[in-house]
Design a protein around this ligand. Structure first.
Ligand code: NOJ
Length: 590
């Protein structure tokens, strides 16, 4: 006989532990928004060159309105040589011709706003491209010049300065320093790049850099954007003297295996070297908070900061700093009821302390898609890319768990981020040919880390069209796996039970029950055999139950079923059963 859920609708107080009350501050849209990440080069291509663009986004905005998202965040579309897919910006005030023009941007923004979709753009302030005019000026100028002082140039160590200034390594692999050739042709100084050598770090101690970025913020705010996602928000200020450090710097380091959770929500994903999370970054965000406050309406700053524990991350979202921070501790937690409960608790506690909304995220353009991560032998573990020679995820199981995970996430109070294609249940492309890879991680790691191309494959819109409808010519900048035919939007739209329809109903119900600004109370007193395999909480009047399996769980008869990530079987006595790897939403009657 499957375990029964001990929820007594008549008296929930005796069986629940309240850990978060409904937010008193509900007026700002970003506190509860569902924000959809668009990775422009892979969303939709209007020009036919195989690379997504702004007109392509504009043409598909109705899809997003129908899905029911509140906002979009666009990864970079600025002028860039694209050595790191646009996270190497050559001109912060212009659109790269690959993606269109500033007029195309304005049109996209106007149409998004007309559909009630807010728009957040990406800001990349830690580093520029080597093709930025400032870097060209720095190379042409002398050591010690004001032009070099915008970046982190240093003399080398050892005989003739032939060794780098310190031992730091790049997040993408290899050294974090490159040596320049001086204008007179001699080997010269070294410049710091925490990422690719084409991404020189700016020196944020330099007031000119600060002024420039405040102007860049204003440039986009004047055009009407609703906020900024701030790249590498924990890396802009480096420790005085740039001391050596023996740790490794990585967006995902330490989290390859995921975590079984800990009291403070630490997963090992946080970086702690002298280049990360320095006190000085907070002054920058206090200044930016003031810039945003000059503009009408609610605008927001979102921190991409791989910082742990969560209480430390919450310092980025204190009332006078940024507004949200991505919750990577949640993303890197294994598929495990106890671990997820710990990280949810730690997240809510840390953010409640500073009055900020918690965010939730399962996928983005830097990690293996969660539909594939959850199908790995250690579900939820986080390899840095998957290739044909690696153990392959179980696609069906991964998708089943991904739907359950997403429905659980969307039931939580706070703001949730979706990554394009997850509403289709898209898996990672795990057999992409190595020759096609474009992520600098692949070659900088000397072909040991496959990197992030597998989650960046162009979206399938139409099963029967060339390139699955991504581009009018059928061309795609990365090839798509054959399985994408099964996931295309046109085969899912209007199909009951499809992943797309599961997401769409979830977003509608989330809004209807105001779950984003809601509460969280854990259902306690689960039968002993379900304690470590079931996660059950109440948000306002909605009960969210995830069964991690292997056994099924009986739902009490007096619950009104609202939504489920899978079809639910019935027991012989007609009780509703929640099978393994399934989430249900139900309403407490009474
Ligand atoms: C984080 C971005 O999400 C990632 O894609 C990029 O490579 C690095 N920052 C460097 O900008």
């Amino acid at each position: 006989m499957p375990s029964a859920l001990p929820v007594s609708p008549a008296d929930t107080s005796t069986t629940t532990t309240l850990v978060h009350t409904p937010s008193a501050r509900t007026s700002e849209w970003w506190r509860s928004a569902v924000i959809y990440q668009i990775y422009p080069r892979s969303f939709a291509d209007a020009s036919g060159d195989g690379i997504g663009d702004l007109p392509g986004i504009t043409g598909r905005l109705k899809h997003l309105a129908r899905l029911g998202v509140d906002a979009v965040w666009l990864s970079p579309f600025y002028r860039s040589p694209q050595h790191d897919a646009g996270y190497d910006v050559a001109d912060y005030r212009d659109v790269d011709p690959l993606f269109g023009t500033l007029d195309d941007f304005d049109e996209m923004l106007t149409k998004a706003h007309a559909l009630d979709i807010r728009v957040i753009v990406d800001l990349v302030p830690n580093h520029t491209s080597t093709e930025h005019v400032w870097f060209g000026q720095a190379l042409a100028a002398d050591p010690g010049s004001p032009e070099r002082a915008r970046y982190v140039f240093r003399d080398g160590t050892g005989p003739e300065g032939a060794e780098p200034p310190n031992n730091w390594t790049s997040v993408f692999g290899g050294p974090a320093w490159s040596r320049v050739t001086e204008p007179d042709g001699t080997p010269g100084q070294w410049y710091l790049h925490l990422f690719d050598e084409t991404q020189p770090d700016l020196d944020w101690d330099n007031p000119e850099v600060r002024t420039e970025f405040e102007q860049v913020l204003r440039f986009w705010l004047d055009r009407g954007v609703d906020g900024f996602r701030v790249d590498v928000a924990h890396g802009m200020v480096k420790a005085e003297g740039l001391p050596d450090w023996t740790g490794t710097s990585s967006m995902i380091d330490g989290a390859h295996e995921g975590t079984a959770g800990s009291e403070d929500g630490s997963t090992g994903a946080g970086n702690q070297g002298p280049m990360w999370d320095q006190e000085g970054v907070h002054e920058i965000y206090r200044a930016w908070n003031q810039v945003l406050a000059e503009y009408e309406g609610d605008r927001c700053l979102v921190a991409e900061a791989w910082v742990e524990p969560l209480a430390r991350l919450a310092r980025y979202v204190r009332p006078d700093e940024m507004h949200q921070a991505f919750n990577f501790s949640f993303l890197t937690t294994l598929w495990d009821a106890r671990a997820l409960r710990s990280v949810v608790n730690a997240s809510l506690e840390a953010n409640d302390e500073v009055g900020a909304p918690t965010t939730w995220v399962l996928s983005n353009h830097d990690v293996v898609r969660h539909a594939s991560r959850l199908g790995l032998e250690i579900p939820g573990s986080k390899p840095n890319g998957i290739g044909a020679g690696d153990p392959q995820p179980d696609e069906e199981l991964g998708l089943r768990r991904a739907r359950a995970a997403s429905l659980m996430m969307l039931g939580l109070p706070g703001s949730a981020y979706l990554y394009q294609g997850e509403e289709l249940g898209l898996p990672e492309h795990t057999t992409l040919a190595d020759e096609e890879r474009q992520d600098p991680t692949w070659w900088r790691s000397e072909h040991t880390e496959r990197g992030r191309d597998g989650c960046r494959v162009p979206l399938p819109w139409a099963a029967e069209e060339p390139g699955y409808g991504f581009s009018p010519t059928g061309s795609t900048w990365l090839s798509q796996p054959d399985s994408f035919a099964r996931y295309a939007l046109d085969v899912q739209r209007g199909t009951p039970g499809s992943t797309y329809e599961v997401y769409r109903s979830a977003l509608r119900l989330r809004r209807e029950f105001s779950l984003g600004t809601g509460s969280l109370a854990w259902v306690d007193g689960l039968p002993a055999d379900a304690e470590s395999t079931v996660l059950a909480f109440v948000n306002r009047e909605v009960l969210v139950v995830t069964n991690f399996g292997p056994g099924a769980l009986r739902l009490p008869a007096d619950l009104e079923l609202l939504h489920a990530s899978q079809d639910l079987p019935l027991a012989e006595d007609d009780a509703v059963l929640v099978p393994a790897d399934t989430t249900v939403w139900a309403r407490l009657r009474g």
